[in-house]
Design a protein around this ligand. Sequence first.
Ligand code: NAP
Length: 223
Amino acid sequence: MSQGYRVAVLGATGAVGTELLELLEERNFPLAALKLLASERSAGKKLSFKGENLLVEAVSETALENLDLVLASAGGAISQIWASKAVEKGAVVIDNSSAFRMNPEVPLIVPEVNPEAAINHKGIIANPNCTTILMSVGIYPLHKVKPIKRIVVATYQSASGAGARAMSEVKNQSLDILAGKEPVTEVFPYPLAFNLFPHNSPLNSAGYCEEEMKMVNENAQNF
Ligand SMILES: NC(=O)c1ccc[n+]([C@@H]2O[C@H](COP(=O)([O-])OP(=O)(O)OC[C@H]3O[C@@H](n4cnc5c(N)ncnc54)[C@H](OP(=O)(O)O)[C@@H]3O)[C@@H](O)[C@H]2O)c1
């Protein structure tokens, strides 16, 4: 690590953080330094990157100094606390949480759809919910040829969307069920292994749930 960007992954121990680290490694992203940030719970833990064991630090004002880029995936509430502090200290924050998606001051970017909107960022760049990203990548080329007026969507979301603990829960539930034992449920409201259940957040007056409205609103932002 010598020439390149000074990068921090905030949420490095999580499901998204783990993927981000794999991508930085796989793509040989030009790194001058890489900092792994999480909560106090994971401080001191080591994660492997390019054959080196890097220490995880608890996020703090000091930890956010001397950075060019912060890739944030520690949840909306955590981004609300730390993103602006990272920007004040000179970094650009790319935020994977829902914290800034509907903020008109923050560009909501899907690189395959509206990369040019990132140019006018004020320090924070957001990206949409995963279902919105996947759908917009697919439909944008069609939309350019003939504008899409209405779209009917069904999404089937995996345990990974709820984070690393949810992924472990489904794995353990699968092992328990296959061993004839009762599955243990802590993260999800019901056992998810060998099962399917709906997102059941309260419906709005039009009859849509929160997850459905994310797709409606976030697509409206970047089309
Ligand atoms: N999973 C997906 O498919 C997906 C896709 C797109 C966006 N997102 C969004 O990305 C964010 C993270 O999702 P995830 O699935 O990676 O969750 P996750 O597996 O639960 O990971 C959460 C990460 O945030 C860190 N964290 C939690 N509380 C913190 C605190 N107080 N201070 C600093 N770090 C803290 C955790 O660190 P510890 O190890 O210390 O707990 C962990 O590294 C969420 O906003 C989610 O909506 C998720």
